[in-house]
Design a protein around this ligand. Structure first.
Ligand code: FAD
Ligand code: DLZ
Ligand code: SF4
Length: 513
């Protein structure tokens, strides 16, 4: 974008997910002359009703980051949510700061969400403020690089993009070849977990005085929001996040690949890293995380399937999702390929359901603001798609309930990957599955009131009839999909009574929602 070094006095706006000391906006500033503005505002805390733990994490991390900047010599204007003069919006706080400080221009790294980016640019335009938005280079691929990669391709597929990112970063590369001879070791990564396996313990950070003050604020101001606030154990500083990274490498990484898709009752984290909230807020740099994980492979600590699988999630999926988001905004979050209109059922907020897998995923979401990928995709996401729930409402739920949720990464995962609401722009077929998949990958079915083996009737696992009902309801849109040919042939071979019984049971499940 433009040269940022010529003005003597700048106001540098740092957002709640830009808590990186070397972010481009701070690199372009001067601690001697410029002022950093960090502001807790009602608009950001309320554009969806975020989980209490998410708000507490973001606010506490913002406050700790401000202290670190002051210690590093910056002048910081920190606005708390309960400041009586707080205007409630980021543009309002920039305007107020410009009145109180000698700055004559504003710098900000590009916001991760389209909503905020356009709001700030529109406001600057209307108010005549000199606002410069810098490319956020905490990502591996710039918008332009992704656009160039996507241009002219009939179909976008993560795997090919990922190989480009491997080449660009040199991660797990042996010269021009992928380490071990293969790009992707996913076929080794499909083991269901067993209760007897050793489980790593999640690192818990005790709240300090700053976090305690934030927790009280959240209790007072967001008591009606979804989720348990306490115990609050997220790290809220870069040092704490680095400790969490070390703990992950030490305790979980070697098994990450094997059990990536597993689900186990009472084990919300399994061998996952639980680092996304730190990476997305800026406390950890994605490449530094990947380099640390790569080192574990070369040190002989973790096997290639785990390390490659982990690195792929970050330089592959995470970057790919961001590219898809910016390629398709505005409008992506309103896509609704299947025309689904059912409102999001209340059970997504209460967790009250006899479906043991859903109760587990939603219950831990309420308690921890966390569920791992397969729970998000194959349990809550799968159910929402099969039940024909309005994808925009599904999107708003995911954006609210997870500590790592920002629209640039959440929306492609929800609208594209999990709901297929973009009609296959992101993925080649819907992630629709019957109870059989959940039974294979988890121990939930053993303790469920429903019977996963029953296909129809009152005792049948609801995923079973819903699966077929979804495919038939959307036959005009899906039958032509080559990856679903075999599935439709199975349906065609069923006798009429069985078909009718599937659809009747599905209707009863849907009516009961
Ligand atoms: P791990 O399993 O340990 O994975 C390692 C890291 O890889 C993560 O920390 C994350 O940075 C990255 N990663 C893994 N999968 C993805 C992916 N599909 N897209 C982008 N990054 C990925 N991730 C978010 O960061 N924010 C979201 O709001 C979000 N919403 C999701 C919604 C749905 C419906 C689905 C299916 C996935 C979503 N994901 C989201 C992706 C993924 O589920 C989370 O990144 C992951 O569960 C975070 O937990 P973790 O740190 O333990 O991840
Ligand atoms: C998520 C969040 C919340 C809850 N509150 C704030 C806030 O008060 N001030 C702020 O600067 N950022 C906050 N954030 C993060 C922003 O929502 C995030 O920067 C945008 O969504 C762009 O990704
Ligand atoms: Fe979930 Fe069905 Fe298994 Fe119950 S039987 S846990 S609803 S998959």
């Amino acid at each position: 974008m433009t040269d940022t070094h010529c003005s003597p006095r700048k106001l540098i706006l740092v957002l709640g997910d830009q808590l990186s000391v070397d972010i481009c906006s701070l690199r372009a500033g001067n601690p001697g002359t410029d002022t950093v503005l960090i502001a807790e505002v009602a608009e950001e805390a309320g554009y969806v009703a975020h989980h209490k733990k998410k708000i507490a994490f973001v606010f506490s991390a913002m406050r700790h980051f401000a202290t670190e900047l002051v210690e590093a010599g910056w002048q910081v204007r920190y606005v708390k949510l309960d400041d009586p003069d707080n205007s409630g919006s980021l543009s309002g706080e920039v305007a107020r700061a410009l009145r109180d400080t000698p700055a004559d221009r504003v710098l900000v790294a590009e916001p991760g969400e389209y909503r905020l980016k356009t709001a700030l640019l529109d406001w600057a335009d209307q108010s005549g403020v000199d606002l410069q938005m810098l490319d956020d280079d905490r990502f591996i691929a710039s918008h332009q690089e992704f656009r160039d990669w996507a241009a002219g391709r009939k179909q976008l597929r993560m795997e090919y993009f990922y190989r480009e990112m491997r080449r660009k970063t040199g991660l797990l590369m042996s010269g021009n070849e992928p380490e071990g001879g293969q790009w992707n070791y996913d076929s080794d990564n499909r083991k269901p977990a067993k209760g007897s396996l050793f489980m790593p313990t999640q690192r818990h950070t005790l709240p300090d005085a700053t976090t305690e003050e934030v927790l009280k604020l959240v209790e007072a101001r967001f008591s009606e929001n979804f989720g348990m606030l306490r115990p609050f154990w997220f790290a809220v500083t870069r040092a704490g996040a680095l400790d969490a990274l070390e703990q992950f490498v030490d305790q979980a990484l070697p098994q990450f690949g094997d059990y990536q898709d597993a689900m186990l009752t009472g084990e919300p984290f399994l061998y996952h890293s639980v680092l996304a909230q730190y990476i997305n807020a800026g406390l950890l740099d994605p490449i530094e995380v990947c380099r640390r994980v790569e080192r574990a492979y070369y040190d002989g600590w973790a096997p290639l399937n785990a390390v490659e699988g982990y690195i792929r999630q970050i330089i592959g999926w995470r970057e790919y999702m961001r590219g898809i988001y910016w390629l398709n905004m505005p409008g992506y979050t309103d896509q609704n390929f299947f025309g689904a209109t059912r409102p999001l059922p209340g059970l997504y907020w209460t967790g009250k359901t006899d479906m043991a897998c859903m109760a587990a995923a939603i219950g831990q979401t309420r308690d921890e603001a966390y569920a791992h990928h397969i729970q998000r995709l194959m349990v809550t996401g799968n159910f929402a798609m099969l039940a024909g729930i309005d994808p925009h409402q599904v999107h708003e739920w995911y954006l609210a309930v997870y500590a790592d949720a920002y629209e640039w990464v959440e929306a492609p995962n929800v609208i594209g990957m999990s709901q297929f609401a973009d009609g296959g722009f992101l993925g080649s077929k819907p992630y629709a599955a019957s109870g059989n998949y959940i039974n294979k990958m988890s121990d939930h079915c053993a303790g469920c009131r429903y019977d996963v083996k029953q296909k129809t009737g009152a005792e049948a696992c609801p995923f079973n009839p819903l699966y077929w009902d979804f495919l038939i309801r959307n036959e005009d849109k899906l039958r032509g999909n080559p990856r679903l040919g075999q599935t439709y042939r199975t349906w065609d071979k069923m006798d009429d009574a069985k078909k009718a019984s599937y659809r009747e049971t599905a209707q009863k499940v849907l009516n009961a929602l």
